[in-house]
Ligand binder design. Structure first.
Ligand code: FAD
Length: 260
């Protein structure tokens, strides 16, 4: 079994988001980490490696320093790391990102592709499903539990207030939630090996069946009009009720929105 895990290096947004004066993210001012959903996806792949002797390839697209997350993944137990980096890919939106990643994956053999549900910086949750569209394979999003049954994958999918149990023939793409598992720590031996391991560096020339018109800033249909870290608050709602009625009302509204 062969598994490709897409991992993104993201700024750690726990300490707040820093912007440049032009509205773009000031990535240099924030610590760079492996996107949490991707780490859970990697752990799921490593569990399948433990169980079925699967081969796990990790792939990231980004600046050369994104190789740090690949080394972290190798230290956790991944077998192969591929860094996709090229000036031609700079300024990519989700469409251009997924086009490039799919172009890279076309060079690999795989039964499963695992991405995170969502990156904590871009937050769109589009890249995983878009990769599956480009490759013409099924996608199961929001995976909470993953089992292999012959040539199929059985996935428990989180869906607001319920779960779906979905079976799909492999090859298939899954998007993982950080709630999926508790990612393992890197081992000291793994860290030493990962420091010396070769990270393959791929560029534009390595992308298969991809048109230049769909890459980089020029190939990105999305434009950022404005960015801000100010969260706008709605006007709110005032109700004038007795205590018991107020409690019933609030409980009803919270249930309506699936918060409780
Ligand atoms: P999501 O769709 O939320 O991610 C879902 C999953 O897809 C992730 O969990 C991960 O598994 C996988 N994934 C996503 N991105 C990658 C990746 N790069 N490598 C491997 N796996 C991945 N960002 C920049 O860093 N540099 C730029 O120059 C830049 N320019 C932009 C220009 C425009 C006009 C726009 C709109 C965006 C730009 N971005 C840039 C942001 C960039 O488009 C997104 O970060 C990227 O497309 C991923 O989207 P997302 O973060 O919403 O990921």
């Amino acid at each position: 079994m062969k598994i490709v895990v897409c991992i993104k290096q993201v700024p750690d947004t726990k300490g707040g988001v820093q912007f440049n004066p032009d509205g773009t993210l000031n990535r240099g001012a924030m610590l760079a980490i492996m996107n949490p959903d991707d780490k859970a996806g990697l752990e799921a792949a490593l569990k399948l490696k433990d169980e079925y002797d699967a081969e796990v390839t990790v792939l990231t697209m980004g600046l050369p320093k994104a190789s740090d997350v690949l080394r972290e993944a190798l230290a956790m137990g991944a077998d192969r790391g591929i860094l996709l980096t090229d000036r031609a890919l700079g300024g990519s939106d989700t469409w251009a990102t997924s086009t490039a990643i799919a172009g890279a994956i076309r060079n690999l053999t795989y039964d499963l592709i695992i991405t995170g549900r969502q990156a904590i910086d871009g937050d769109t949750a589009q890249v995983g499903p878009q990769i599956s569209e480009h490759l013409g394979i099924p996608v199961i999003s929001y995976a909470q539990d993953i089992k292999i049954e012959g040539d199929s994958v059985l996935v428990e999918r989180q869906y607001e207030d319920r779960h779906h149990l979905i079976k799909a023939k492999m090859p298939c793409l899954l998007t993982a939630l950080s709630e999926l598992n508790q990612p393992r720590y890197m081992t000291p031996g793994g860290i030493f090996d990962a420091c010396e391991a070769e990270i393959e560096t791929w560029g534009r020339a390595d992308l298969k069946d991809v048109d230049d018109a769909n890459l980089g800033l020029k190939g990105s249909p999305t434009k950022i009009a404005r960015a801000s870290d100010k969260v706008r608050k709605g006007a709110g709602e005032m109700v004038n009720l007795e205590t018991e009625e107020a409690v019933t009302y609030i409980m009803g509204r919270l249930k309506e929105k699936h918060i409780i």
